[in-house]
Structure formats: structure tokens, C-alpha cells
Design a protein around this ligand. Structure first.
Ligand code: BTN
Length: 259
């Protein structure tokens, strides 16, 4: 299956998505993008596929495939552009910008589930992962974004039907996959430009505005450990600030489950 390169019609960015590739079927867009980076492509290069056979999820999990074309997207970000040493924060930025974009489609029930998921009405619509790679002395973050975009809930594997959702089902007007991606890149690049100029302080406040469990008790599972408490915010590294009632702890990664 061959890669085709084209211009996203409404894209206004300087970098993100300016080198944009589409492939009908890929094993993982993360691998396709890595190959492009090895060929010399850099910051902002993006790959979209319609069908992904071996999608990678966070924490070594897999990302499921649906029969209809979805958003299986990877984009390369170079360190000069963002706090690359703080990969968790990169996921937060990607998630916050995604939630804001979905809000702009009049889906007000969209929220971010720390550390890298986007939810609508309490169901997962998008997942994000970041992988740091080194090629020829270049450090590059490959960001993978999966959005359940088209189709119906019956397409999901049975175990996901009550916990996942599809964007199209929540938006009242027709949405175009390429326009959605263009808008996402526009807003992401503006956000990165803003933090480059003004620092990363805004991320914490923006996260708080879209945080799914802001005032709710939660349970976080990290490795073999479990913590219960309430988290109102994150710190400047993207760690969740969990108040267990006895102490305040910074949780670097983990899965949140309902208490
Ligand atoms: C998660 O576990 O929630 C993160 C899922 C990320 C899936 C996307 S789909 C496009 C890109 N290519 C992959 O193999 N994975 C990411």
C-alpha cells in the first residue's frame, strides 16, 4: 500500500501538517512516520491512515480497529518547539487542544481524562500517546492520535461498546475528517507558539477547565499500587496532584478507574 502526499486544503499552519501523508492501510502510523523521519522528514510531518492493523495504545496496549475509516494519525514534533523532556505534558497539551476543538463543534460534554484520553458523555472518543525517538542525533516526539470518528457503536468490540463512543454521533452537522485534522493542527500550533512565548503556565489552568474528574473522588492504579482521593489539578510536569485525605501525592502515570 503506497503513501500519497497532499496538501490539507484549509490548513493555516507554518509547520504542523505541511508535510501530510495518507495511506489507506498501515500497521501503525507511528511506524510509517518513523520511516519518514529516517528519510529526513522532520517537525510537523504527519501521517493519516484509514485502517490500522496493529495500532499501538499507551502502556504497551493495542488500539482497536473499526471497519470504517477513522482518524489514525501520527505527527512528528521536534524538541525546540515544546518541553520534550516533559512527555506527559505533551499528552496534556494534545488532549486539552482536542477537547477545545470538540467543544467548538458544540459538544460541551467533552472532557479530558488524565493522562491522555478524551471523553464525551463519560465515554472515550480519543486516545493519545507520545514516543520519544532518537535518529541521527535528532530527538523527535512521535505523537499518535486515535479518534473514533465515523460509524456506529455496533462496530466496537463488545467489551468497548459501553465505554467508547464515536465523534460523529455527537455532532449535529456533518464533519469532514480532513477539516477536523486541519483545525486540530492550526489550534495545536497556535498553542505551542503561545507557550513558547509565554511559558507553560497556561497548561495547568487549561487542563483544570477540561478535567473530567475535577471534584470527583477517583482511584488511580499505577503499577501494582492504588491510590484513592480527589485531584483538582496537575503540576508543571503533568503529574496528577492527588489528595488522599492523608497526604498529597504527585502521580506520574496511571489509569483512573471509578472508585
Ligand atoms: C491510547 O492508548 O489511548 C492511545 C491510543 C493511540 C492510538 C493512535 S492511532 C494512531 C497512532 N498509531 C498507533 O499505532 N497508535 C496511535
Amino acid at each position: 500500500m503506497s503513501l500519497s502526499r497532499f496538501k490539507l486544503a484549509h490548513l493555516k499552519t507554518e509547520h504542523l501538517g505541511q508535510s501530510f501523508f495518507h495511506i489507506e492501510t498501515a500497521n501503525s502510523t507511528q511506524t510509517t512516520l518513523k520511516d519518514l523521519i529516517k528519510q529526513g522528514f522532520g517537525h510537523g510531518t504527519a501521517v493519516l491512515c484509514d485502517h490500522q492493523l496493529r495500532g499501538r495504545g499507551s502502556k504497551g496496549r493495542t488500539w482497536f480497529k473499526l471497519p470504517e475509516p477513522q482518524i489514525y494519525l501520527s505527527v512528528a514534533l521536534e524538541p525546540a518547539y515544546l518541553p520534550v523532556q516533559q512527555l506527559p505534558l505533551v499528552n496534556i497539551i494534545l488532549g486539552v487542544v482536542m477537547v477545545k476543538l470538540i467543544h467548538s463543534l458544540d459538544v460541551s460534554s467533552c472532557a479530558m481524562k488524565w493522562p491522555n484520553d478524551v471523553y464525551i458523555d463519560g465515554k472515550k472518543v480519543s486516545g493519545i500517546l507520545s514516543e520519544l525517538i532518537q535518529i541521527d542525533n535528532r530527538s523527535i516526539v512521535l505523537v499518535g492520535i486515535g479518534v473514533n470518528f465515523h460509524g456506529n457503536l455496533e462496530s466496537f468490540p463488545t467489551e468497548l461498546r459501553t465505554s467508547a463512543t464515536i465523534l460523529e454521533l455527537h455532532v449535529k452537522k456533518p464533519i469532514d475528517r480532513y477539516d477536523f485534522i486541519s483545525n486540530y493542527f492550526d489550534q495545536l500550533e497556535s498553542y505551542f507558539n503561545f507557550i513558547k512565548k509565554n511559558g507553560i503556565g497556561c497548561i495547568i489552568k487549561d487542563f483544570e477547565d477540561v478535567w473530567l474528574y475535577k471534584d470527583h473522588p477517583i482511584r488511580v492504579i499505577e503499577g501494582g499500587k492504588q491510590y484513592s482521593g480527589v485531584a483538582h489539578t496537575i503540576d508543571h510536569t503533568g503529574a496528577l496532584q492527588l489528595d488522599t485525605g492523608k497526604q498529597k501525592i504527585a502521580v506520574l502515570s496511571g489509569d483512573i478507574v471509578k472508585p
